[in-house]
Design a protein around this ligand. Structure first.
Ligand SMILES: [Zn+2]
Length: 325
């Protein structure tokens, strides 16, 4: 541990603290216009109970309730253009202003500059250096590993960070045995599209509960829900609304099983997209960062932009703040 005492340390009389980032790709805070924003007509009982009415609009601003805080979070980071996934995710994972460092918003997959930034250190590296275990809870099927290994596919930012820090990616066996949760929650796509016809099915609620249970096993874990960005790029306003309702049910299960006394849950995104369905591009809207857990209101007060999320995670876990040049 290099003499560093962190809250990763287990002791007999105190349960360890842990952080989970539930990441939704391409989800921003938009207008209240029901012809543009699928949030305006979606029925989202769990998020609305947590945060109150109209939480999904830009105009609503910061929210603090007894259980949660929401921060409209700047994803543009002072760099012109539309925020992209590689630089946005790298910013969340490093706390550094990735688009500023590499000179542009870049994505969806990291280029060399973004990859270099990730290799210099992320939250996954920080936890590894402190002697803890960290995990990306979303698994990958065998063809993914094949295409990575034969050079036909590049890692996106999150799995690049995980593997760079020396942690394994979750596999089909992890999914089958309940150690992972699929990006679409239910495993239906693993049955229908990937051919695992015997893969156990979960309800959305069960998948959310499983994320909460798995998060307790790691000081730091990450769940990557990427289909929300796809729903922004493709499909109808009505389909996007259905997608958000699915997401709300899974988050409901996650919140139902979450241990607020020990776990800091951070729900966030890399850039807007799905909240403006009159076009099919990313937006410059702020993204919602939702905090649940110990001291959520004070931690939320330190968040303004995507660069502020990693420092909050480090503070909560007692990880040293990395030197950056
Ligand atoms: Zn996108």
């Amino acid at each position: 541990m290099n003499g560093i005492t962190t809250r990763l340390d287990m002791s007999d009389n105190e349960s360890p603290h842990y952080v989970h980032i539930f990441f939704m790709d391409g989800v921003g805070l938009g207008s209240a216009d029901p012809n543009s924003n699928p949030f305006a007509t979606a029925v989202l009982p769990h998020l609305t109970t947590l945060l109150g009415e109209n939480w999904y609009t830009r105009e609503r601003g910061r929210i603090t309730t007894p259980r949660a805080s929401l921060v409209p979070t700047d994803a543009t980071l002072g760099v012109p253009g539309k925020p992209q996934s590689a630089t946005g995710q790298a910013t969340i994972l490093t706390g550094r202003n990735a688009p500023q460092v590499v000179g542009e918003h870049y994505g969806p997959k990291p280029n060399t500059a973004v990859a270099n930034l990730i290799h210099q250190g992320t939250l996954f590296h920080d936890v590894a250096a402190a002697g803890g275990r960290a995990a990306l809870l979303t698994p990958y099927p065998p063809p993914y590993f094949d295409s990575i290994n034969n050079g036909k596919r590049l890692y996106s930012a999150v799995p690049l960070a995980v593997t760079s820090a020396g942690f394994p990616l979750m596999t089909v066996d992890d999914l089958r045995n309940g150690r992972a949760v699929s990006p679409g929650f239910t495993n239906q796509a693993w049955r229908d599209l990937l051919g695992y016809t015997d893969m156990p099915l979960l309800t959305l609620w069960e998948a959310g509960q499983r994320i909460a249970a798995l998060a307790q096993q790691y000081p730091f874990s990450f769940f990557e829900h990427w289909p929300s960005d796809r729903s922004g790029h493709r499909g109808t306003l009505a389909a996007a609304r259905v997608h958000l309702e699915m997401l709300d049910t899974a988050i409901g299960g996650l919140l139902d099983a979450w241990d607020d006394a020990h776990g800091l849950l951070i729900i966030t995104s890399d850039h807007g997209n799905i909240e403006e369905k009159e076009h099919r591009q990313h937006t410059t809207n702020p993204v919602p960062t939702i905090l649940v857990g110990p001291d959520h209101a004070n931690l939320a007060a330190a968040i303004h932009a995507l660069t502020d999320i990693a420092p909050v995670v480090r503070q909560f876990l007692g990880l040293p703040h990395p030197r950056t040049n």
